[in-house]
Design a protein around this ligand. Structure first.
Ligand code: ATP
Length: 260
């Protein structure tokens, strides 16, 4: 039977009058790459930050491998890795030192941590620069260091906010292969993306969020069928569900005003 590694019950976050995430019910299984899609401001980052235990929900609950993030945060967080949308690293550390620090924070046995770190540095082609300060790294290189740090302690649940932004095609492909291998080993990967091609190629299931609510969910193939357009791309379906048709109307009306 499939194991549920991420679960939310009516998860809600309000910022004053804004309901960023609205009664969200999610289940993500071990062995699954789940893509979280939605327009700007639809609540993706807010959801991921709540799943990472970094943001307290206004109401509702979230569970990681059965542990309630609110009641057993340490147990839940030990099983998570989180890659934020803007990689934050300590500029005065080298890449190798940064990985060592992360390994310490997760209380990994030092020798095993060193081996893992070297493997990941090699995999992400960072070995040659691993003793340079991170402040001199490009955005994409920092992103790779943060991803490597996330994989270091073998998380059961990987939460990634737009993980491919800033990565070159080769690194994006590498990341895809790594995530697929992790899924094959039974981990759950939850990632947000605006790149629908990535969702289509990489994710087993996608959920589309609009104004904090899940408005569609399924494999890309299932979504196509739900939308009644077997040949349509995920982009067509996304735009249809999230109001792209209204945008097209507005753009046309802008043109009309310009003519008169
Ligand atoms: P994007 O695709 O642009 O990254 P998103 O789907 O990740 O967007 P969120 O960043 O989760 O969206 O934002 C959801 C809503 O919550 C937005 O209306 C945003 O303005 C609001 N919001 C997020 N953080 C805060 C905050 N700290 N204070 C007030 N409102 C916030």
């Amino acid at each position: 039977m499939k194991q549920i590694l991420i679960k939310t019950n009516r998860l809600t976050k309000q910022y004053g009058a804004i309901t960023a995430v609205n009664q969200l019910d999610l289940e993500v299984f071990g062995g699954e790459i789940y893509g979280f899609l939605g327009p700007n401001g639809s609540g993706k980052t807010t959801t991921i930050r709540m799943l990472a235990g970094l943001l307290e929900p206004t109401s509702g609950e979230a569970f990681i491998c059965g542990y309630n993030l609110n009641r057993e945060p340490a147990r839940a967080k030990a099983l998570i890795a989180y890659v934020p949308d803007h990689p934050r690293v300590y500029g005065k550390l080298t890449a190798r030192e940064f990985l060592a620090l992360m390994a310490d924070l997760y209380r990994m046995p030092p020798e095993y941590a060193r081996d893992q770190a070297e493997r990941l540095l090699t995999l992400f082609e960072l070995s040659e620069r691993a003793d340079e300060l991170l402040e001199g790294f490009s955005h994409g290189m920092r992103q790779k260091v943060v991803v490597a740090a996330a994989l270091l302690h073998r998380p059961r649940v990987l939460l990634m906010d737009e993980p491919t932004v800033g990565l070159d095609p080769r690194s994006a492909r590498l990341l895809k292969d790594v995530l697929q291998e992790l899924a094959r080993q039974g981990e759950a990967i939850f990632l947000s993306t605006h790149i629908l091609e990535i969702a289509e190629r990489m994710c087993h299931r996608v959920g589309i969020l609009k104004e904090g609510r899940l408005i569609a969910q399924g494999s890309p193939e299932e979504l196509r069928q739900q939308a009644g357009r077997a040949g349509g791309s995920l982009e067509d379906i996304f735009l249809e569900l999230t109001g792209g048709a209204e945008d097209a109307e507005l753009i046309r009306s802008l043109g009309e005003e310009g003519v008169s």
